[in-house]
Write a protein that binds this ligand. Structure first.
Ligand SMILES: CC(=O)[C@@H](O)[C@H](O)COP(=O)(O)O
Ligand SMILES: NCC(=O)COP(=O)(O)O
Length: 263
């Protein structure tokens, strides 16, 4: 089958876990804003930072500094609470991604249940939109959630890739990838911009990066961890290289059973 190079896909670098390391000692190093500026210089297309309700990593002051110092888009991840909507509408980042949050979780465990909370979410989405913020919803790649995201006026959905990333075997990975592909196709056909993220690494990024409808990946934990060994600029350049390579022959690379691992 003939294949055509796709449009480049954006890489949003999530710098939360620089703040996790900083907070471990309670001081000011390492500075997540410095990491964001380094990521920007290395070719990141955006910076993602999640202001959790418990402030376990990113803090309010980090966000205001990011907003002031970055020249690439800032994507603020947040729970859909009154407190967070008030912070976001005052900060006015380029985008807000609404995510589900449970205080006791180690990381975001599933997608936002948009279908179950349409009324409250639609008024919060409207307030963010009225403040000029592009609103994204972090959801599982399910038809019910995608339809609900459209109904409440989100511009973007970020498909949760955690189940794909954590699938223990090839069969599970194949099943989750097929689910992501169906979700991406459906969301794009409904006029939503499609992003994806969570748990992506050098080893599993290629089939996701090859999906033509997915125009942005948000990646954090792996990049920050790998930067300990290789340095943040080299890690960002390598990840962007894998993403670009995946889109040269998207049909082949979208198949997780392909021999080509994207290296
Ligand atoms: C929403 C999401 O998928 C994660 O990127 C999260 O923002 C990373 O931070 P945690 O590790 O605190 O979940
Ligand atoms: N929204 C996903 C994200 O920002 C990064 O997730 P992870 O790579 O830290 O798992």
């Amino acid at each position: 089958m003939t294949s055509f190079p796709l449009r480049p896909q954006r890489l949003g670098v999530n710098i939360d876990h620089v703040a996790t390391v900083r907070n471990a000692r309670g001081g000011s190093d390492p500075d997540p804003v410095r990491a964001a500026l380094l990521a920007q210089a290395a070719g990141a297309d955006g910076i993602t930072a999640h202001l959790r309700e418990d402030r376990r990593h990113i803090r309010d002051r980090d966000l205001s500094r990011l907003r002031a110092e970055l020249s690439i888009p800032l994507n603020m991840e947040m729970a859909a609470t009154e407190e967070m909507v008030a912070i976001a509408t005052s900060l006015r980042p380029h985008a807000c991604c609404l995510v589900p949050e449970r205080r006791e979780e180690v990381t975001t465990e599933g997608g936002l249940d948009v279908a179950a909370q349409e009324t409250v979410l639609s008024s919060r989405v409207a307030r963010l939109r009225d403040a000029g913020i592009r609103v994204s919803l972090f959801i599982d790649p399910d038809a019910e959630q995608i339809a609900a995201a459209t109904r409440i006026g989100a511009a973007v959905v970020e498909l949760h890739t955690g189940a794909y990333a954590e699938a223990g075997d090839e069969e599970g990975q194949f099943r989750e990838l097929a689910r992501l592909a169906r979700g991406a196709t459906l969301a794009a056909s409904m006029g939503l911009e499609v992003h994806a993220g969570h748990g992506l690494t050098y080893d599993n990024v290629t089939p996701v990066a090859a999906r033509p409808e997915i125009v942005e990946l948000n990646i954090g934990h792996f990049l920050i961890g790998q930067a300990i060994f290789d340095g943040l600029p080299a890690v960002i350049r390598h990840m962007k290289g894998l993403m670009a390579h995946a889109r040269v022959r998207p049909q082949e690379n979208a198949d997780p059973q392909s021999d080509d691992d994207g290296e």
